[in-house]
Design a protein around this ligand. Structure first.
Ligand code: CA
Length: 225
């Protein structure tokens, strides 16, 4: 599950990012309203956590413009205490829920979970490649009838990213962009480390290896050899 956090207060934005990442979400952050449109064009988000008081364009206008453009991701707005009119106009503008600042990060993650339940069965919550099935709501994976050991949050996001694009090669740059949000240099051995730990959990006990290295290009997950 991928979240775009739109918040201009850096400390707040960091706290939200940290909390969501610990809960297994992939998180991007922007600090103004206008940049949201650039990000949603290039990346598909399940959620947007949207502050109302923002430079560039306020959260209500961002929300209503996104809906007019046909975006259907869940939008949760952050409002100041007592700003009842903000909540009303936020929901009128197409937000799915709101949270009043200050809030505990657990409350935010609980709200996001509730939203994903509300989406109902039409939204795919399981990804499947061959006999590997990943439940994106519970973050548990099974391979055949074997339960995969609990994935760390980065392992999970990496696996989810690969499984979103079955049979397609993802380059190292694409993987870093999607999983680590450019926090790390692409020269680092980080991807290899995580691919290797994922392989131990996913492929080691199966004769069919799903996680494939494509020399000179990147990685893919596929049921075809
Ligand atoms: Ca703000």
């Amino acid at each position: 599950m991928r979240v775009l956090v739109v918040e201009d207060e850096l400390r707040m934005s960091d706290l939200i990012r940290q909390g969501l990442e610990e809960d297994g979400y992939a998180v991007d952050t922007v600090d103004n309203g206008k940049d949201v449109f650039f990000w949603v064009e290039s990346t598909s988000y399940d959620y947007i956590v949207l502050d109302i008081m923002l430079p560039g364009m306020d959260g209500i206008s961002v929300c209503s413009k996104l809906r007019k453009q046909g975006y259907t991701m869940n939008i949760l707005i952050l409002t100041a205490r007592d700003a009842v009119s903000d909540r009303v106009s936020g929901l009128d503008a197409g937000a799915d829920d709101y949270l009043v600042k200050p809030f505990a990060i657990e409350e935010l993650t609980a709200r996001l979970r509730a939203l994903s339940r509300r989406i109902g069965p039409q939204k795919t919550v399981t990804l499947q490649v061959s006999d590997l099935i990943l439940n994106t709501a519970t973050k548990r994976a099974i391979r055949g009838n074997r339960e995969i050991p609990t994935l760390t949050s980065k392992e999970y996001v990496l696996l989810e990213t690969l499984m979103y694009y079955p049979n397609q090669v993802l380059t190292r740059e694409q993987i870093i962009e999607k999983v680590w949000n450019w926090e790390y240099e692409s020269e680092s051995k980080l991807i290899e480390v995580y691919i290797s730990s994922l392989r131990k959990k996913i492929d080691k006990d199966s004769s069919q290896k799903l996680i494939q290295t494509v020399r000179g290009m990147g990685y893919r997950i596929s049921g075809n050899d």
